[in-house]
Design a protein around this ligand. Sequence first.
Ligand code: ATP
Ligand code: MG
Length: 340
Amino acid sequence: MIPSVTGTDASRPGPPLADADLAIRTHDLVKVFGDNRAVDGIDLAVPAGTVYGVLGPNGAGKTTAVKMLATLLRPDGGTAHVFGKDVVREADAVRSRVSLTGQYASVDEDLTGTENLILLARLLGHSKSNSRARAAQLLEAFGLTAAAAKQVKNYSGGMRRRIDIAASILNTPDLLFLDEPTTGLDPRSRNQVWDIVRAVVAQGTTVLLTTQYLDEADQLASRIAVIDHGRVIAEGTKGELKASVGSGSVHLRLRDPEQRQEAERILAESMKANVQLDPDPVALTATVDGSDTDQGAAEQAARALAALARSGITVDSFALGQPSLDEVFMALTDKKGATA
Ligand SMILES: Nc1ncnc2c1ncn2[C@@H]1O[C@H](COP(=O)(O)OP(=O)(O)OP(=O)(O)O)[C@@H](O)[C@H]1O
Ligand SMILES: [Mg+2]
């Protein structure tokens, strides 16, 4: 039975870790498809025993990077080591310690949950009775006992992801790659998968998780690498990433969308802030300078509100807070600038 825990505590900023403490170390890792540099020189250092988030939009190179680390794809440049073993020259040693839950389901649709797990356990060399016991144990731990005798093709998306992850931890791996484990899942199913990830890590497995969702990285990962166009554009603990974008952010909702452009100009001027227009046509977000104290940020915000009032701009709501990972991501990938 997989114990349930609520998180890991490895979000430690500090000196670089020694190689012995790393599950993954890559240096200038490259994969080229034709003239597309899908992975374009990635350096990663993943501490053992943690969840490491690789965050990036569609086509960023997440799956390609994971496949190289899992020895499924040969790098075109650079090096990658998993627990100190080279993924090309010592691929067998790497394979013996890792497992991959791919972005697309790998279990057999026509078999039941139980049949899938028993088959895979047998392929891994377990005896019949051990395989049966392990299958039952995992189905129970993942809340799939009631569905154990159903064909996987009749599973919901959330059940599919759970049976997939169960399949990849039949032998408890030292390193588990989870490639977008919750894409397309509803909130409840996502929470179930998150609990599973926490439980897997509590048992000592290192997890490298790719995701497009900032809240997922925020929930699970100790450290995060943000990748875009095959490159790492930021790396650090969640706190470090948030701090890199600013000490605080001010969210405003205006009464009148017509006044948003003017409000943007006033905020940029009075707060010396980087202002983003939110998808909501009356909302904007100003990121406050990182060098200011919280008090400074609050004072700046107060001054900005006064300036808006003087210009006859009505503010319906106002909130001061830490930047969200969403804001960090937008600022880093520049998908949504002040003029968007
Ligand atoms: N086998 C392949 N042959 C050619 N191009 C590929 C191949 N696999 C990936 N690519 C390209 O490499 C780039 C990175 O793709 P990759 O699948 O690694 O992105 P991703 O970050 O996993 O995206 P997603 O979030 O959509 O899964 C994309 O431009 C993709 O089209
Ligand atoms: Mg992918």
